[in-house]
Ligand binder design. Structure first.
Ligand SMILES: [Zn+2]
Length: 492
């Protein structure tokens, strides 16, 4: 039976500790800001359901996927709140889908080796314990890594596939009603057999080597996908496979990295979704996003493959980017729509008819050419500044008509205040003589201040991302002409 395109519309909120910011729930530090109450979560799920999503997905990150995470107060509170989330999601007709790396554990993202018996025992112990704890969950996703992956002791992409079958069957014994997802993220199967490390490497996360996980090798890709197809019958029936159109970070089906024939092959027996992380936000570029031309075009391409049942829409900033989430859900339901019209619907719902005037301005926040940002702002810095002055005035005028009855999390007034903050910031950054250090601090305090109160994380990207945003506005960096998007994370 041919799949129904867009049947699985998955809201993927990654709230891992390295993606903390003012617009993402803080699930790990009870004494620090950005905590979400149970009520906040229920409001968010109400919004997600209203927008047209069918599934809520999160990442059970390595900080939790370890013995410390299981035993800690944070781990118990996480389990409790996930229970509340799952119950409310079910009331709203949403499925709950937890994704977890097969073998990456602990706050320092250490990857255990399935070919070392004691480490394999530990992997099985953790999957057993967490699947019992999260038994109400609808889908258990098994991912290869990012971060993580093993190349030690002969591990390859085939090891990941084979050991995922063992884990899938273990989960099925604990949770007979749950579905399994196997995620092939990467070129494919991120880093298994290819991730490099320093001399004496024992599986610890080393940022400087992460890019080696993206090394593409046609023969490796074919071997991995052939093995996956051969072993599909050994997964529990109905196992969902996440496979992008291309074996690269942007999921672009170019040349030897075109994965579409594999998608069609897998879809003969199993549902297939995309897990295209590049479409909506990139990572750590925290601004109000507008990447919708590419998003809708990608949906049409996915539909044309004739084998996809849906896919994810990623966010690490749900409180800032509800517009992006609305368009993401709708892109599955009406891939042929004009993004501007769908965005206008959203703005009119919040502000009344005058809201549509916002639409032409909303792409102006996409100044940083990061992962997945294919938008070019072709304005001189001076013209850009004038446009931002107009936007600030417009946001000021729209205030009185804001509709507080819209189903939005945060409430409409709070989202409006964030738009004003970013409009004023970008106006000031593009002015004739900005005080860049002061504006950097203004942004940091609004978005990332939580990191001032945390120990250094293994991933330092919040600071880099803030520097990139400020630098993009400096006259010597302002180009006003087309540029390439960077090819993905862990690259430059
Ligand atoms: Zn290994």
């Amino acid at each position: 039976m041919p799949p129904s395109f867009g049947q699985h519309r998955i809201y993927y909120n990654n709230f891992a500790a390295h993606l903390l910011n003012a617009y993402n729930p803080n699930m790990f530090y009870p004494d620090l800001p950005y905590r979400w109450s149970d009520t906040d979560w229920c409001h968010c799920l109400d919004m997600i359901a209203e927008f047209g999503f069918t599934t809520f997905q999160y990442w059970l990150e390595p900080r939790l996927f370890c013995r410390e995470g299981l035993a800690s107060a944070v781990g118990h509170e996480f389990t409790r709140q996930l229970g509340v989330i799952t119950e409310h999601a079910h009331r709203r007709g949403l499925r709950v889908h937890g994704l977890c790396s097969l073998a990456t554990v602990g706050a320092h993202w250490h990857t255990l080796c399935p070919n070392v018996p004691a480490e394999w025992d530990e992997i099985r112990f953790l999957w057993d314990a967490w699947s019992r704890r999260l038994a109400g969950q609808d889908v258990f996703g098994i991912g290869p890594g990012d971060p993580g992956a093993c190349s030690r002791h002969g591990c390859t992409a085939l090891t990941f596939i084979d050991q995922s079958i063992a884990i899938a069957n273990l989960i099925r014994r604990n949770c007979p009603r749950a579905a399994i997802e196997l995620n092939t993220w990467g070129p494919p199967i991120f880093g298994w057999g290819t991730l490099q490390g320093p001399p004496g490497w024992q599986g610890e996360f080393v940022a400087q080597y992460q890019h080696t996980a993206w090394t593409f090798d046609r023969r490796r890709a074919e071997e991995a996908m052939t093995h996956l197809v051969k072993r599909l019958p050994d997964f529990p029936p109905g196992t969902l496979i996440s496979q992008n159109m291309g074996f690269n970070p942007d999921g672009n089906p170019a040349g030897e990295q075109d994965a579409r024939s594999w998608v069609r092959e897998i879809a003969k027996t199993n549902p297939v979704c995309t897990w295209d992380f590049s479409l909506t936000e990139g990572e750590n570029n925290v601004v109000p996003h507008w990447r919708f031309d590419r998003l809708f075009q990608r949906r049409r391409e996915e539909r044309d493959v004739g084998a996809y049942s849906g896919g994810i829409c990623f966010s690490m900033t749900p409180l800032l980017n509800p517009l992006s989430l609305y368009l993401s859900a709708q892109s599955f339901l009406r891939p042929d729509a004009e993004p501007e019209s769908v965005a206008a619907e959203f703005c009119v719902r919040l502000y009344g008819p005058e809201g549509a005037r916002l639409v032409p301005y909303l792409k102006l926040f996409e100044v940083v050419k990061d992962w997945g940002n294919y938008i070019d702002i072709l304005l001189s810095r001076k013209d850009y500044h004038e446009r931002l002055r107009e936007l600030v005035t417009l946001l000021h005028d729209l205030r009185p008509t804001l509709r507080e009855d819209a189903v939005l999390h945060p409430p409409p007034a709070a989202w409006h205040a964030e738009l004003r903050f970013f409009a004023e910031l970008c106006r000031d950054l593009s002015g004739p003589a900005p005080d860049y250090p002061a504006l950097r601090q203004r942004y940091w305090n609004r978005v990332y201040a939580i990191y001032d109160r945390l120990p250094a994380h293994v991933d330092p990207r919040p600071h880099q991302a803030t520097d990139n945003l400020i630098a993009a506005f400096q006259p010597e960096n302002w180009r006003g002409q087309p540029r390439h998007a960077i090819p993905g994370k862990w690259t430059s």
